[in-house]
Structure formats: C-alpha cells, structure tokens
Ligand binder design. Structure first.
Ligand SMILES: [Zn+2]
Length: 143
C-alpha cells in the first residue's frame, strides 16, 4: 500500500527489531494519518535532493520504541518521524541540504554521521537542528 507516490506503508513500519522480538508494529488510525503527512513531507525532501529517500525507521509502536531504547517522547511513536538516507549523499550533506532549504520540519537531527532524523510536529514546526555523536549527547546545530 502506497501512502504517497514513492513511500509505502511497509517501508514506514518495517523494523528488523520488531520482527526479531515479535513486537507488533501496526500503526493505529491516528498514526496512519500522521504517516501520510510524514510521507508527503518526505516527497518534498525527495524533490529537493532529486534522488530516492531511503527510510530506515519510520513508525515505532510504543513497545518497539522502548525495546530499542528510543526516547519516550519520540515523534516516531506518533508516526511523525523518519530516519533517512539518500544514496550518493553523506548524512551530513543531506542534513545540510534540508537545513538550507525552505522546508518546514520540527526537528532535524544528524545522528552519528550515519543518518538524518526528520520529525514533524502537531503543534508548530520549530526547524530545530541538532547533532548527536557517540559520547556528545545532543549538540545544537549541525556541527
Ligand atoms: Zn529518528
């Protein structure tokens, strides 16, 4: 099932951890609505970089999120965040491209120089930029 032209529901809910641990990762109706909005946003990222956007983690049920040590307030739980990569761009370059664009998002986190977390909000986008590396915790900006 495609949520938008290029993003499928399985892609947004697939989790190796959920499969391995036998955790149900089926979104409820509210999360589905949010996932649709998230995928619509990801289409704009795809247009920005003119390349496919690969999602490594999208929706996480509360059980899955706690099993993998995610933040209890993670936007992934609401279906409002995706961890992404774009082939041919480093995570840092992708983060910079999105940060330099006019796209509206709540949170962009460059995580361990490996992927970019993009989160949306139900209550107004902050366009917050953060970087996290091993041992640093969250640092303001893209550094
Ligand atoms: Zn994330």
């Amino acid at each position: 099932m495609y949520l938008t032209e290029h993003f499928t529901l399985p892609e947004m809910t697939m989790s190796e951890s959920a499969a391995r641990l036998g955790i149900d990762n089926t979104p409820d109706a509210a999360a589905l609505v949010n996932l649709h909005r998230l995928c619509t946003f990801l289409e704009t990222v795809r247009q920005l970089v003119d390349k496919p956007v690969l999602v490594s983690s999208g929706y996480r049920s509360r059980a899955l999120n706690s099993a993998i040590g995610g933040s209890p307030n993670s936007a992934h739980i609401q279906g409002l965040a995706a961890d992404i990569n774009v082939p041919g761009l480093t995570a840092a370059a992708l983060a910079q491209r999105v940060a330099d664009s006019p796209l509206m998002f709540d949170q962009l986190i460059l995580e361990y120089d490996q992927w970019v977390h993009l989160g949306l909000s139900l209550s107004g986008e902050r366009r917050q930029l953060l970087t996290i590396r091993k041992g640093t915790g969250y640092l303001p900006g893209l550094v």
